[in-house]
Design a protein around this ligand. Sequence first.
Ligand code: NAP
Length: 494
Amino acid sequence: MPAITTRALIIGSGFSGLGMAIALKKQGVDFLILEKAEEIGGTWRDNTYPGCACDIPSHMYSFSFEPKADWTHMWSFQPEIFDYLKGVADKHDLRRSIRFGAHVERAQWYEDEARWHVFDATGQEYIAQFLVSGAGGLHIPLIPEIPGVDDFGGTAFHSAQWDHSVDIRGKRVAVIGTGASAIQIVPAIIDDVAELQLYQRTPAWVMPRPNNAFPQWMRTVFVTVPGVRALLRAGIYWIHEGVGFAMTRQPRLLKIGELMGKWNINRSIKDPELRRKLTPHYRAGCKRILNSDTYYRAIANPKTTVITERIDRITPGGVLTADGVEHPVDVLVWATGFHVTDSYTYVDITGVGGEDLVDRWNAEGMAAHRGITVAGMPNLFFLLGPNTALGHNSVVFMIESQIRYAAQAIAAVDAAGAAALAPSRRAQDEFNAELQRDLAGTVFSTGGCQSWYMDAHGANRTLWSGMTWQYWLATRTFKPSEYVFTPQPEMARS
Ligand code: NAP
């Protein structure tokens, strides 16, 4: 197989990959998207579980340059978001620049050529000057290492790999986990199942949220009256930034949210013991705040049992808890989240001097300059990389900031007549030292919970430390002084 050569390779075709491709197209940079699956869409292609929806309002959770005025719901469901992304890909004629079924496994920087050599699972080689990872952090399903996981005799699957061939009607279904995915699944399946066992390790703060379809007249207004949709988007943005302010600067303000969360429990759950089980004992926001008007109602349904005993093992017939009770189960749903702080292990990246990025990040924790570029890894860009996920607002806003920054960096390489750039270790370390100082005062650190925001070293390598407009400011203008430029190989030789 001859190697395929292009100027920029983009891994993934979710919001990040598609957005990057559109920016490069505008800039006249040739690119190829490598997509492991047979369709675009990333997380919104993979997650098809019942009830799957976005928990950030759609008018904000969409590209600023591709507004959709006629979203059917404030918080849209997965099929509509997936359709939106397919529409964006088609409008910008991106499919012809996507190689489907290309699961990237390895990328190596060849210093003498100043090029990335990238290999997919079939052994196909790609050569490019620039490499952009649009894989994000929520793409490797996590199934906990509970003894007996492989012994289960019924059907088991992860929330991000929902098996639609399984008929759950009349079945005893166990949902393990009570995070963002589980709280959408539980209300969506409760009417169908015979029995629902919900295994909860830590209760979530769940805020009330009605999500009725927009009435037709309102959709017509968004479509026809200039400025209304943009005004709504701005309103959504600043309300969420208010929550971000509380999370990152004044965590005690989050007590107000806790009152709302408790009210949400009390209005649906009458049993005091169940109320106690569902009430969190950490500051709201320490783990992701969830929203639902239907979750507690589904829990109040007599078909649901909330089980808080630790899971001892999975048996061929069900789930054995630490109190010695074996709960018979037909279908087991792992709503247990993703490998986040080690999500980068999906690809082996080797940079200058043969340094292995996975080894570096395993030892030091993942860190990048402004969450995007990495010292010693020339012309490599991460979208939704280290410390750029959010607990309070739309990650699409972060992605757009990063795309703009990466596009500026590529333009800076060209403008300098250079072959490559990478941040200086000093610039990267200074940026991350300040970031970690800021994170120390946030609810993610002080809120008294254990969350997947923290890595194996106990550091938050996942979330941005402030509000999203601050990230926008931090990435608005690319600063060449923070970078080391590599000259063109032939100039280096002369
Ligand atoms: P998650 O938030 O990480 O939740 C995983 C759940 O599984 C937690 O309740 C966790 O308990 C539990 N768990 C993990 N290991 C366990 C074990 N060994 N035994 C018992 N319980 C265990 O995962 P997720 O719900 O898939 O959500 C992940 C992220 O995806 C979200 O935070 C969000 O960013 C994104 N998401 C977004 C939306 C949306 O609407 N936009 C929807 C779904 C997901 P502990 O809390 O005790 O760890």
